[in-house]
Design a protein around this ligand. Sequence first.
Ligand SMILES: C[S@@+](CC[C@H](N)C(=O)[O-])C[C@H]1O[C@@H](n2cnc3c(N)ncnc32)[C@H](O)[C@@H]1O
Ligand code: SF4
Length: 480
Amino acid sequence: MNALASLNDLDPQYPLPRIYDFLAQPENSEMLDYVFRDPFGCHVFPGDIPRYPLANFFADMEKDIRAAKHIHLWAYIPTCRYRCHFCQYPTVILNPAAPSSQQVFTDVVDLNIKEAQMWLERIPSLAHAEVGEFNIFGGTPSLLPEAELRRLMAFYRQHFNFSQATLRFEGEPGSLGKPYLRVLKELGFSKISFGAQSFDDRIITACGRQHSAAECVETINNARDIGLEWVSVDLIYGMLGQSVSDVQADMEKALQLALSHIVCTKLHMEEFMKTRTGVSGDRASLWQKKGLIDINNMSFPGLGKQYQMRELVEKYLNPGYVEHPTMYFHQQHRPAEKWKAIITDLDQQYPEVAIGMGGSSKCTRSEAINITNFKSYKEALNNDCLPIEESRGISPHLREVNAFKMALSTLIPVDDAVFRQRFGGKSFMDNPSIKQTLEKMARKNLLTVKEGLVTLTPNGVTLVEAIINTQFDITGASEA
Ligand SMILES: C[S@@+](CC[C@H](N)C(=O)[O-])C[C@H]1O[C@@H](n2cnc3c(N)ncnc32)[C@H](O)[C@@H]1O
Ligand code: SF4
């Protein structure tokens, strides 16, 4: 199916999506092609100087961490008990109950601690920097046996400055029972997050997951019972067998559950490694390998239906929720995700340090991505090498463009006064690439520029990923 045919795959029971006319116009084919290929590109802003020396990267991190109010620190635990059909994340699949798995968990924690010690040696300010939020991401960290989780947390608490940190933990509903949630609370976690993907068992099963919608609801209720009010649930739209009305049912359920935070992502099929996500992709997902083919009389909804789904998400979650950044919704009376704000809000954009397989760490001047393969990751650490696969620098031109793009991704109006504070009085309009893009996007009614404030229009909000990834000249050629 080509992009236009996919856009024309619509559910007649629902209104034509607002974005349809814009994407159907031939002059907007670049954006249509982008959203059709559908990479996961909005939450990473890669550097432009390849093979950046690691010594320079650590010096940049040291400098930025010293100047930062706080940082985002995270540990990545790659273990999972099955592999979902959409997932490309670096995972180690195991049966958590098998005796042989206990050694894997011990290894994962040992390796993570060893890597963290190496980061602490190379970046001296890291030990004192105020951690704004500490996340344990996965994979499925909730598979870690309690003793291993306690060992990991004891290390982090002892070696990093958690005096002002909020602690957030990612799990999977089938392994986040009440006793485990109690341990998390006792260890100081106040936020949990997990993937439900859908509240429909048929859809959950079709994407290869081995938990039920009832377990998701039970996890939410259990978390609340023990005083964990901050529960963020991941939902995906565009999956195998999913209809527009299925997404409507998911939204009704989400509202009924009064979730504090919801992440609603369009199914991403493009290879993660091409654009990279926060955690770099490892290998193709099952759905990528097979292509978008019908399975058991189920098919994948096209782009038109996906935008009908996205409109339903907006309809249900506005006005009770605020989207900040794109795809991340929080209840209006609660704050946005702290870690996201730390790394993307224009008045922050502080460093991020990621410890574990596939993690990516960055500051304003450079970034480094870890190895995504478990065997190679282990080998590197066993040879006393930091498991960094790639490091890139960020040129002065790109620093401004990236700062602007990150700010745009938050969906908060981008304020030139804040930009000037960041860049020695320079306006974003002084950067020819940003200026050109803003003028073009304003002509297309995707944003407005008024009194130093850039505000996305509703169509701009829907297409923010495409704007960020197709409309900026990142080479600085337009400066010449
Ligand atoms: C890496 S998972 C970690 C959470 C936990 N392992 C779980 O699945 O419950 C984080 C989230 O990324 C999202 N995700 C992963 N692959 C995706 C894809 N191809 N397209 C859209 N979202 C995806 C899913 O919603 C998933 O819950
Ligand atoms: S989505 Fe979560 S549970 Fe599924 S394979 Fe990926 S990391 Fe593991």
